[in-house]
Ligand binder design. Structure first.
Ligand SMILES: NC(=O)c1ccc[n+]([C@@H]2O[C@H](COP(=O)([O-])OP(=O)(O)OC[C@H]3O[C@@H](n4cnc5c(N)ncnc54)[C@H](O)[C@@H]3O)[C@@H](O)[C@H]2O)c1
Ligand SMILES: [Zn+2]
Length: 408
């Protein structure tokens, strides 16, 4: 498996650097600091040149300026946003180098680059990720969500093409420009490759759980429903589980996904296909909790019907976090009296994450691994860069969970 190879490479590198007493990744004295291995003159970039079509192009690697970072890409997940761009180009970016859920190793960097966005030192050899959240207003983006935080000039993987070209993680190398242009980025050297690829979707759930906690209803011994067991719901269960919440009922119609939910930490599962009508389904959830409705529920599907259903699973005075609608999925019909007022339900919405959540996510991933959750299995398909068209088609066919491009 890929992950084992990566671990072995890492261990060998650490042993070698220990033997020489001089880290293989130690910076050279002069700027830009560069890794021992030769940096090629050119890099391959998967460029989306037309709807549903990438070309693999070759571009020169620009000289690394005082504020810049050159990263050798190890891998990058395919996100729902990439799928939208691939199919419809809603942002009008074509031609574009996509890929924002990527990670790799710093192979050269300018003398002014000393720390990552969290203030952690960085050096050549470190593994990093970029983040979609701006650094321009840290007071806002570090602690609260604001609606100007996604999209814009410095989001690598969603940049219009320019004369640098190495702007997305679906490539051999990504060129992260510093100074006023710069992106937020984090040193995540202590996470394995799969964990690093999963950071972005995991941050969505860390944020959702933080939002849920603001209701004061979610507690250690809460009974929690997670509706929808795609990657988002499955990671939701993992985040809850690492927090010590154990009474989790997963609801979906796909038995394979429900089985995976159990391995991710769900204590019970309910297959909605086993029930006729919402009253029977709510009864099924109640039975799963030994005759109780849920204290709290997370809505992790993009289905308006599922939104309308979920209130029926929640007890009087309970809470709901709705996070299933990253984009407009249409209207849902609920009964405000029965579903919200008379039950006194506290509802929070959740959308993407803050920079603070990003940093918390690194700890979550370490903990998830520590308690043996099968996080790596969320990555069901791995493709090399030159098969990126096939990778996107596999993603659109919804054949797996997370699809990733992995470089050799
Ligand atoms: N809030 C955010 O910032 C954010 C971020 C990313 C994704 N999302 C959204 O989260 C949603 C889930 O993402 P995903 O990648 O896991 O999607 P997915 O399509 O892989 O999974 C959705 C799951 O919901 C199940 N489902 C559908 N209808 C259901 C119903 N009525 N009851 C129970 N289960 C039902 C499906 O069987 C599927 O397993 C998407 O709509 C996505 O747009 C939100
Ligand atoms: Zn994404």
């Amino acid at each position: 498996m890929d992950i084992n190879n990566v671990n072995i490479e890492e261990i060998v590198r650490q042993v070698l650097s220990g033997m020489t007493g001089n880290g293989a990744s130690a910076p050279a004295a002069s700027a830009p600091r560069a890794a021992g291995g030769a940096i090629p003159k050119t890099a391959r970039v998967a460029m989306l040149t037309a709807l549903e079509h990438y070309d693999i192009k070759e571009f020169p690697i620009p000289p690394v300026g005082d504020d810049d970072i050159l990263v050798k890409v190890e891998g990058c997940g395919i996100c729902g946003t990439d799928a939208h761009e691939f199919k419809r180009d809603p942002f009008g970016l074509i031609p574009v180098a996509l890929g924002h859920e990527g990670t790799g190793e710093i192979v050269a960097m300018g003398k002014n680059v000393k720390t990552d966005t969290a203030g952690k030192p960085v050096k050549v050899g470190d593994k990093i990720v970029t983040c979609m959240i701006f650094k321009d207003d840290p007071e806002i983006t570090m602690y609260d969500l604001n609606k100007k935080n996604v999209g814009g000039a410095d989001v690598y993987g969603l940049l219009p093409d320019d004369d640098v070209h190495l702007n997305g993680w679906f490539s051999d190398y990504i060129f992260i420009r510093g100074g006023s242009f710069g992106s937020t980025f984090f040193n995540v050297s202590d996470l394995d490759l799969d964990s690093r690829i999963l950071i972005e979707p995991c941050a969505v759930l860390v944020h959702a759980v933080e939002r849920a906690k603001t209701t004061n209803i979610l507690r250690f011994n809460s009974r929690v429903v997670v509706q929808g067991c795609g990657p988002i719901g499955l990671i939701c269960i993992a985040v809850l589980r690492t927090m010590g919440i154990e009474n989790i009922c997963a609801v979906d119609g796909e038995q394979k996904r429900l089985d995976f939910a159990k391995r991710m930490g769900a204590s019970q599962t309910v297959n909605f296909k086993d029930f006729k009508g919402i009253e029977a389904l709510a009864g099924g959830v109640k039975d799963a909790f030994g005759g109780h409705l849920a204290d709290f529920a997370f809505q992790c599907t993009g289905s308006p019907v599922a939104h309308a259903n979920i209130y029926k699973f929640i007890r009087n005075g309970g809470g709901l976090c709705e996070l299933g609608f990253f984009i407009n999925g249409g209207d849902a019909t609920i009964n405000p009296h029965f579903d919200i007022c008379s039950k006194e339900i506290t509802t929070v919405g959740s959308w993407v994450y803050t920079l603070r959540d990003y940093a918390t996510t690194f700890d979550f991933l370490r903990r998830a691994k520590g308690i043996g959750l099968p996080m790596s299995e969320l990555i069901t398909h791995r493709f090399p860069l030159d098969q990126i068209n096939e990778a996107h088609k596999t993603n659109l066919a919804m054949a797996g969970l997370k699809i990733a491009i992995i470089n050799q």
